[in-house]
Design a protein around this ligand. Structure first.
Ligand code: AHM
Ligand code: MG
Length: 341
């Protein structure tokens, strides 16, 4: 692609928001700042393999700077950049026990709050597998002119204004969704800009890949075990079961699901009745993206986006991806619903 054809994410976002005459540009500004945070985090992630040379986490490196754990670095970067951005009233982070409401006058008058998982899948850093930042943007429900409150962070996913992720993989990409659709931008390192590379992303209705930690299957419900048998026997007549893929980094597994179709699951099990993943930081933003791309996301009883959170760090089971595949697993789960787990 010639450079003159490149559309940067900022150009694209501004063009999109112009479709709404009443838009103030505040949402575009937050997306731009999240992109900036993504570039700063990316820079550190790309150096992760040099930790042994530059100094261990917690130690002092050759420049005399203290090395910080990458997830703490990512968290601090997002908190600081979003505070400087005058459109964000406060944040909720997977790394912090409580939300932070920014106390300056600009922030008190800001319309939006942002929830994020600063570096999801960080246990994969040591093995150089993709990791990512996930974010969710809500319009606040508390009174403007005052600091934001917990109620702003306990909204159902259906209230989301935008959500997205930045994946630090073989290339770095930012994917974000609004009600207008889902678009992906690849970081062009020579100019330091995210450029439109995946316009109007769609999640296929059907797929061939199922993704979950199958090592937990002994603890799954009868319905899930029956579904797994179906996956392994599917197309048996052609000698071809469904393919199982699991990176163990939700952003990476979801990025593949979005691009190739398929289903990603983190179900409840006998020891974890609410699964593992967090509603506000992981499941809601991914559900919003997948629904905007034509897919589906449920906890087994209701759409993820309809769940009204009661606490900030709530966990939920999740089945998400290609619509027909999500419907299929639900058939098995419901058929065995009377069997105790
Ligand atoms: P994290 O937020 O502590 O990184 O945990 C979330 C990650 C997801 O990225 C991934 O889907 C899941 O945990 C993997 O869990 P498991 O190792 O139990 O399969
Ligand atoms: Mg996480």
């Amino acid at each position: 692609m010639s450079q003159s054809k490149l559309i940067t994410m900022d150009e694209f976002t501004i063009q999109e928001t112009r479709k709404f005459p009443q838009a103030t540009g505040d949402l575009s500004a937050i997306l731009r700042d999240l992109g900036l945070a993504g570039k700063v985090i990316n820079n550190q992630v790309r150096r992760a393999g040099l930790v042994d040379i530059l100094g261990k986490h917690g130690a002092t490196n050759v420049q005399g700077e203290e090395q910080m754990k990458l997830d703490i670095f990512a968290n601090d970067t997002l908190i600081n950049i979003l505070q400087n951005c005058t459109e964000c009233a406060g944040i909720g982070s997977e790394e912090n026990d409580d939300h932070i409401s920014y106390q300056d006058t600009f922030s008190a008058n800001s319309k939006y709050v942002v929830l994020f998982d600063p570096l999801d899948g960080s246990s994969n850093i040591d093995v150089n597998a993709p990791i990512g930042t996930i974010f969710a943007i809500y319009r606040r429900v508390s009174e403007l002119g005052k600091p934001c409150t917990e109620a702003d962070f306990l909204q159902a996913g259906k209230n989301l204004m935008a959500a997205g992720y930045i994946i630090y993989g073989s290339s770095t990409m930012m994917v974000y969704a609004t009600r207008l659709g889902v678009n992906g931008f690849t970081l062009e390192p020579s100019i330091g800009e995210f450029c439109l590379s995946h316009p109007n992303m769609k999640c296929a209705e059907n797929g061939k890949i199922y993704s979950l930690n199958q090592g937990n299957s002994i603890k799954y419900s009868d319905g899930m075990q029956a579904y797994l048998n179906y996956c392994m026997e599917h197309n048996k007549e052609e000698g071809r079961p469904l393919t199982q893929r699991y990176i163990g980094s939700m952003v990476a597994d979801m990025h593949r699901t979005l691009i190739k179709g398929g289903i990603f699951m983190y179900p409840a099990d006998k020891s974890n009745p609410n699964g593992k993943l967090r509603l506000q930081y992981e499941c809601n933003p991914m559900a919003f993206i997948v629904e905007a791309a034509g897919g589906k996301a449920t906890n087994g009883h209701e759409n993820i986006l309809d769940i009204v959170p009661t606490e900030l760090h709530q966990r939920v089971p999740i089945y998400i991806g290609s619509k027909n595949m999500v419907n299929k697993v639900m058939e098995y789960v419901k058929e065995h619903a009377t069997t105790p787990m």
